[in-house]
Design a protein around this ligand. Structure first.
Ligand code: ATP
Length: 376
């Protein structure tokens, strides 16, 4: 994880902890956001994502640690003094006000000049694509349109920091995908530093510059979507984002060489998680789409013989369950995603023998037993 002292950060969250009574909701959470950056906080239900966002907003006070905005300690400033715009999952619009009135609400309560308010609201309506909907009440708008109103309202006061709490999760799949890219474009155009909480990995991967993965009140990994997907820091991240096969009971034989029973697998050295001693037990992991299946694999490096135990059709690809012998006494299953076209071409069927390759640069190694699932 990057050191927190660097000062090009617009927002810095330093070693924040939060207790609710005896329950520890957050512990040692540190991260920073550069100006204009889009961060996504991703994790399973109850891991503390919303609590992080509420602490950054000033809606909740941390039990320990600090929050800085532009190097100013705002840890104890109320939400009204932090210049943040917030969008919640439940649009939280005023039902008795029209779209325009909802968007104008914050400006009017600041007693801004009426002409200016009308002009600004007009710009915002344009910005979020709500032309023609100005005088409709929330009940007359679709979920997607209501969320656009909420977004425009959050942007009305030109916040320096935009906080989005599961903004798309109440919408149906198509609208969600459309709004994803619209929000991203809007965010980039305005250059507003943004933090979005989500439990939806696809949302985080497609929208964010950087993803903070959380589990059980702690930050597990902080990286670009590519980093997180390609180099998951722990088995938890590996399994939470995308799919991952784990092969347990492997042993480190030598640098970049691991044993599964009598079999030897080569692993690119940088894919090891921390220092692993020779003879130490490890888990080897590989994503289903990284397993290579093609003709003429026999005898090549990192090739294993398997039997196709089952095949699940998923449209563009099949997910195969492949059984292989770990040693004389035990077998295990790994799953491979294979394009449907290749399944047909190679005439792959259930119960046939199939050689597959586990490319050395696509293998990940994790310590056993029980690698700590928190960032160091
Ligand atoms: P979800 O995705 O389900 O919204 P989350 O990751 O956003 O979850 P939080 O809402 O941050 O999780 O909650 C983290 C933990 O803190 C949960 O176990 C929750 O029950 C607890 N918690 C949150 N707010 C309070 C509160 N006001 N009082 C007591 N416990 C709370």
């Amino acid at each position: 994880m990057e050191p927190i002292q660097q000062t090009d950060a617009y927002l810095k969250v330093v070693d924040v902890g939060k207790k609710f009574g005896k329950f520890t909701a957050l512990e040692g959470v540190s991260f920073k956001a550069r100006r204009g950056e889009f961060l996504s906080v991703l994790g399973p239900s109850g891991c503390g994502k919303t609590t992080v966002l509420r602490i950054v907003a000033g809606l909740e006070t941390q039990t320990s640690g600090k929050v800085f905005i532009e190097d100013r300690d705002v840890s104890h400033l109320p939400v009204s003094k932090r210049n943040v715009g917030i969008v919640f999952q439940s649009y939280a619009l005023f039902p008795n006000l029209t779209a325009v009135q909802n968007i104008a609400y914050g400006l009017r309560s600041r007693r801004e000049d009426s002409k200016k308010v009308t002009q600004r609201v007009g710009e915002l309506i344009e910005l979020v694509g709500l032309g023609g909907m100005e005088n409709k009440h929330p009940a007359q708008l679709s979920g997607g349109q209501q969320q656009r109103v909420a977004l425009a309202r959050a942007m009305a006061l030109s916040p320096d920091l935009l906080l989005l709490d599961e903004p798309l999760s109440a919408l149906d799949a198509k609208v969600r995908i459309m709004l994803r890219s619209e929000i991203r474009q809007l965010q980039q155009r305005l250059g507003v530093t943004t933090i979005m909480v989500t439990h939806d990995q696809e949302e985080a991967l497609t929208m964010a510059d950087r993803i903070l993965v959380m589990n059980q009140g702690g930050l597990v990994q902080n990286g670009t979507p590519l980093d997180i997907y390609d180099r998951p820091a722990t088995p938890f991240v590996a399994a939470f984002i995308g799919s991952m096969n784990f092969i347990d009971n492997a042993i480190k034989i030598d640098r970049g060489v691991y044993g599964i029973g009598d079999r030897r697998l080569a692993v690119a050295p940088e894919n090891g998680a921390g220092k692993i001693e020779k003879g130490q037990k490890v888990r080897i992991a590989i994503r289903p789409e990284d397993i290579v299946i093609r003709d003429g694999l026999h005898g090549e490096r990192n090739t294993i013989s398997t039997r196709v135990e089952s095949m699940e059709y998923r449209g563009p690809l099949f997910r195969l369950a492949l059984r292989f012998d770990v040693d004389a006494a035990a077998s295990a299953i790994i799953e491979a995603d294979v394009p449907t076209e290749k399944i047909r071409r190679l005439n792959i069927r259930e119960q046939i023998e199939l050689s597959v390759q586990l490319p050395l640069d696509r293998l990940h190694v994790y310590r056993r037993p029980g690698q700590v699932d928190r960032a160091p």
